[in-house]
Design a protein around this ligand. Structure first.
Ligand SMILES: Cc1ncc(COP(=O)(O)O)c(C=O)c1O
Length: 418
């Protein structure tokens, strides 16, 4: 059995001090930092001691704890958020017998693997424009975008700011549509304290290394629907038969066959490992604390960029909406005397990392060029965001020194352009 020696344990606890804010600090603003301390290390080490590495009790516990945190009964952990989206959509197709060519409403401006699984499964993404102030789907355009073929609305809570779910739930009820929430960027975000990910039939999360909590790579689908839960479990795991109580199975040519080797669905292998779940269990305990720090940092960044409100702005605060701030978006106003490339290059050169707003406007990406898809309207705002928006980090490791740097760098950039 492998064990950490007593003296090593002492040294490790000294290094980590069991507090994430004692981890080494960056001298700039990075986009994200995986915040692992002694707790993650011990949990990680435990997996080695147990010698059980593939999906097992830790994955089950992580599923149970995360489902409880969001407010749903069932969870199926996966190897990524993209995989979570894939099996969530496929489970819906199977349960509701959704035909090929049916449509799924999504925001035009989002990450690629919101639309990709829709296309991979023979469905059609319908791109709806977003709002300038929230970067979320413009709910006033959803009804117009619905056709006879529309079956699912897939809102994405962009960068941690919740979508207008009361409006989306109302439309879905009226038009008899299924809601599947993509919460890959919104762990712990809520409306009136009700967490996002608890509004639809299903919701999907990502635990990629850049996200609010991380298992390095990883994802999860949540639901309150037992039949969807069983389908998700089977799809994740080779199409293995689920909910079969006996050890041996008999069917036509299969006589007394071990149920672990009976497959009743065409599935995948998208499982999470015990190592990932061990990290997830530690991370989940810290999620609220991380989000509080993200919000504090966001308020400080807002104060800094307010000085340049003639040039740039960020998303608005909405009363009773809790933004979990995956990253901090900055939108450049029209008719300014600099480009996004200029400001981003300037920031990057000065140790402040930036990225454009994910896929920009998805139908404009080469991958979607010749693929099925329908755009509703001219997607004007999504295209503005494609060209004029970028984000910077807002994670808990960012300290006042880093924010002072941001203040100085922005002041220099804008002073040169007065
Ligand atoms: C909205 C959204 N959906 C899905 C994903 C895919 O998650 P993953 O990177 O874990 O595959 C991402 C990635 O960050 C995302 O931002």
């Amino acid at each position: 059995m492998i064990c950490i020696k007593k003296k090593d344990k002492k040294l490790l606890s000294k290094i980590f001090k069991n507090k994430y804010y004692n981890l080494p600090k960056s001298n700039g603003i990075t986009l994200s930092e995986p915040i692992f301390d002694y707790d993650e290390y011990l949990n990680f080490n435990d997996v080695f001691i147990s010698r059980k590495f593939s999906q097992g009790s830790r994955v089950k516990n992580f599923e149970k704890n995360f489902a409880k945190y969001i407010g749903y009964n069932y969870a199926v952990a996966t190897n990524s958020g993209s995989s979570a989206n894939l099996i969530a959509l496929e489970a819906l197709i199977k349960k509701y017998k959704i035909k090929r060519g049916s449509e799924v409403i999504i925001p035009a401006s989002t990450f690629a693997t919101v639309a990709m699984p829709i296309i991979q499964l023979g469905l059609v993404p319908v791109y709806v424009d977003i709002c300038y102030e929230t970067l979320n789907i413009d709910t006033s355009q959803i009804e117009g975008a619905i056709s006879k073929k529309t079956k699912i609305i897939m809102p994405v809570h962009t960068l941690g700011l919740p979508c207008n779910m009361s409006q989306i739930v109302k439309i879905a009820k009226k038009r008899n549509l299924i809601i599947f929430e993509d919460c890959c960027e919104a762990h712990g975000a809520s409306i009136n304290k009700k967490k996002v990910g608890s509004y639809g039939k299903l919701s999907a999360f990502s635990f990629y290394v850049a996200h609010n909590i991380t298992t390095i790579e990883g994802g999860m689908v949540l639901t309150n629907d037992k039949s969807l839960y069983l389908k998700l479990q089977s799809l994740r795991e080779f199409g293995r038969i689920k909910n079969y109580k006996k050890r041996y199975y008999s069917f036509k040519k299969l006589k007394d066959y071990d149920v672990n080797y009976v497959f009743d669905t065409i599935g995948y292998n998208l499982r999470m490992s015990e190592i990932q779940a061990a990290l997830g269990l530690s991370q989940l305990k810290k999620l609220n604390k991380f989000n509080t720090k993200r919000n504090l940092n966001a308020q400080k960044i807002k104060k800094i960029i307010k000085n340049y409100s003639d040039f740039i702005f960020t998303t608005k605060d909405i009363s009773k909406y809790y933004n979990s701030y995956y990253t901090f978006p900055i939108i450049i106003k029209n008719n300014v005397n600099f480009s996004r490339k200029e400001i981003c290059n300037f920031l990057n050169k000065n140790n402040i990392q930036t990225r454009p707003m994910m896929g920009g406007c998805l139908p404009d990406q080469p991958a979607f060029n010749k693929q099925p898809g329908r755009s509703f309207g001219n997607l004007k705002i999504s295209r503005v965001i494609r060209d004029k928006c970028f984000f910077i980090g807002v994670h808990p490791m960012i300290n006042n020194e880093n924010l002072e740097l941001l203040k100085k760098v922005l002041s220099k950039f804008f002073n040169e352009r007065k």
